[in-house]
Design a protein around this ligand. Structure first.
Ligand SMILES: *Cc1c(COP(=O)(O)O)cnc(C)c1O
Length: 231
């Protein structure tokens, strides 16, 4: 994809976010765009960066670590880890990510907390912002904690001195009406577990459903194909 089309795509996604916020009577600045760059080359990330994008999402721990190394000169880039995280890969993410969206077990919270605390790249007292991924519909093929276990995992994150609990994340089903129900259920779960004060961020909404997610209260939208083209 050419340079100008990434910049054009970004402009139109930003426009969609802006309109969706206004339509929902929300302040557009409450919603941050994460450009999901998984499988895309560092050059594509540079192009988006040059067009003003700063938050990027990656799904694979080693790919994130590699790209973060290759793009160290982009000093104010912010890497969001949004893929399924296995405990044995937590060390890569502890080193390279700025935010982790996909903590989904107490064991992973402990491992990530330990790895962040040990990472000698991190300044003293650094606390990694994390979100807990919820499999709202308890769909068997999806990652994320079940709503029933959410409370325990939130408590496990709270117990880790090197982690900072920031919010909830979910992967919606494809169908828009089903996605809306999932987003609304995530909002209800937040209300049940401490509300905005404890869980200010809601990571939900992608290329096809970001308007619905914003109407429901998303603060972080994760957009890949609408920016970088199909994978
Ligand atoms: C790939 C991916 C996205 C982006 O999906 P698009 O439909 O390409 O916008 C968002 N979130 C997660 C967790 C993903 O894996």
């Amino acid at each position: 994809m050419s340079r100008s089309s990434i910049a054009d795509n970004l402009a139109s996604v930003r426009d969609r976010i802006h309109r969706a916020a206004i339509a929902a009577s929300r302040d557009p600045s409450e919603i941050r765009l994460i450009a999901v760059s998984k499988t895309k080359p560092p050059l594509a990330i540079r192009e988006a960066y040059e067009a003003g994008q700063r938050l990027f999402g990656e799904n694979y721990a080693q790919e994130l670590a590699q790209k973060a190394d290759e793009l160290v000169d982009l000093h104010d880039i912010e890497w969001h880890f949004i893929g399924h995280l296995q405990t044995n890969k937590a060390k890569y993410v502890a080193r390279a990510a700025h935010v982790v969206h996909t903590v989904d077990s107490a064991a992973l919270a402990r491992e990530l907390g330990k790895r962040v605390a040990k990472d000698d790249h991190r300044r003293e007292g650094f606390r990694m912002p994390v979100l807990v991924e919820v499999n709202v519909g308890a769909e068997p093929q999806k990652h994320g904690t079940s709503p029933a276990e959410l409370g325990d995992i939130l408590d496990a994150v709270d117990k880790e001195p090197a982690l900072q609990l920031r919010g909830l994340m979910t992967m919606p089903p494809h169908d828009l009406e089903a996605a809306r129900r999932v987003f609304e259920a995530l909002v209800s779960l937040r209300r049940l577990h401490g509300g905005r004060a404890r869980l200010p961020e809601l990571s939900m909404g992608m290329s096809d459903d970001l308007e619905v997610a914003i109407a429901c209260g998303a603060t972080l939208v994760r957009v890949g194909s609408a920016i970088f083209g199909s994978r």
